[in-house]
Design a protein around this ligand. Structure first.
Ligand SMILES: [Zn+2]
Length: 346
């Protein structure tokens, strides 16, 4: 079958990938849509350091870091997918062929959990077909665009960040960074009924998308510091700050500018060492929480929100390509002003 793979830092489209074969407990599916994720772009460029950090990390499964991946071999990628059931593995009860499903990007196997994020041998979403674990399948409601359903995964990241941030009605949110993850946070805040959502990004296109996804105000930090804009809008309202930039220096700048007692939720994933001035956080009793991924309930809640329209993902989708368009999509997404999400329809 055909699949786009990462080979020596480049995206290459292959037509000689072995057909995936569903084992017991699995289904073979036809990929209907797969979102191109910013972390895939990062992995294509900085895979070696991600794999090394994933392998260095102790105390948790390093899902999504590429730990254990051999970059000397082709790497399958694509973890934001919806797919159509083709056939079940031997002796497996599964949704009927033709059913549209999605799943967290994880495969349950007799020898342990394997990720459907970066893999040398598990086919992922940038390919025609893949296998999924039946217990993890979530059925996409009839009539929902499979392209919209493919955004269940990235929207779940936003829902998780908002849940873990513990934001309550009556509190406001400042979202720093409006890439796809920041936009997912904005959408989840709006779905939660938060009254004041201020978003900040240097890119005009991303500020437009933030407004479309539910921000009440989108500011250009080059013209007005985000916390000044926040104070102008929300006054003394309690703020939860969502850091969705993920580069060194951002957390320290939040420590410096945040109001006393602010809670900070770090959603952006920074792969480099970073420094902060703890005095700022101590003196203002700031709270800091790091979040990552989502759980199964949040994943299902994300699909529900998309299906019911409490989260409208349509404005996010700014391009659709076939497999041959994947290398170009990776190039296009490296210019933050051109795109929100590009969907691959193999
Ligand atoms: Zn992703």
């Amino acid at each position: 079958m055909r699949a786009a793979v990462l080979r020596a830092g480049e995206i290459v489209v292959r037509d000689d990938v072995p057909e995936p074969v569903p084992a017991a407990g699995e289904v073979l599916v036809q990929v209907r849509a797969c979102g191109v994720c910013g972390s895939d772009l990062h992995f294509a460029r900085h895979g070696a350091s991600m794999v090394a950090l994933g392998e260095e990390m102790e105390g948790a499964g390093a899902i999504g870091t590429g730990a254990g991946v051999d970059l000397g071999r082709d790497v399958f990628m694509g973890h934001e997918f919806s797919a159509e059931v083709l056939e079940a593995g031997p002796g497996t009860a599964a949704p009927a062929p033709g059913t549209i499903v999605t799943s967290i990007p994880t495969l349950l196997t007799p020898t342990g959990i394997r990720e459907i994020v970066y893999s040398n041998d598990v086919a992922c979403g940038y390919g025609e077909r893949m296998v999924l674990s039946v217990p993890l399948l979530v059925t996409v409601p009839d009539g929902l665009d499979p392209g919209h359903a493919a955004l269940t995964e990235p929207m779940a990241v936003g829902i998780h960040a908002v849940n873990r941030g513990g934001i309550e009605p009556g509190e406001g949110a400042l979202v720093l960074g409006c890439g796809p993850v920041g936009l997912a946070v904005v959408a989840a805040l709006r779905a939660r009924g938060i009254d004041t959502i201020v978003a900040s990004d240097y890119s005009p296109a991303r500020r437009q998308l933030a407004l479309a996804m539910g921000a009440h105000e989108a500011v250009d930090p080059a013209r007005e510091p985000a916390f000044d804009a926040w104070r102008g809008t929300a006054g003394e309202e309690q703020v939860v700050v969502f850091e969705v930039v993920g580069v060194p220096g951002v957390i320290d700048s939040i420590f410096r500018a945040a109001p006393r007692g602010a809670r900070i939720v770090v959603v952006g994933v920074c792969m480099e060492r970073d420094t902060v001035t703890p005095l700022f956080a101590s003196a203002k009793e700031l709270s800091l929480r790091y979040v990552f991924g989502y759980d199964l309930n949040e994943f299902a809640a994300s699909l529900d929100a998309i299906a019911q329209g409490t989260i409208d993902v349509a404005p996010l989708i700014t391009g659709r390509v076939d497999l041959d368009g994947v290398p170009g999509a990776f190039d296009a997404l490296s210019h933050p002003d051109r795109h929100g999400k590009i969907l691959v329809t193999p």
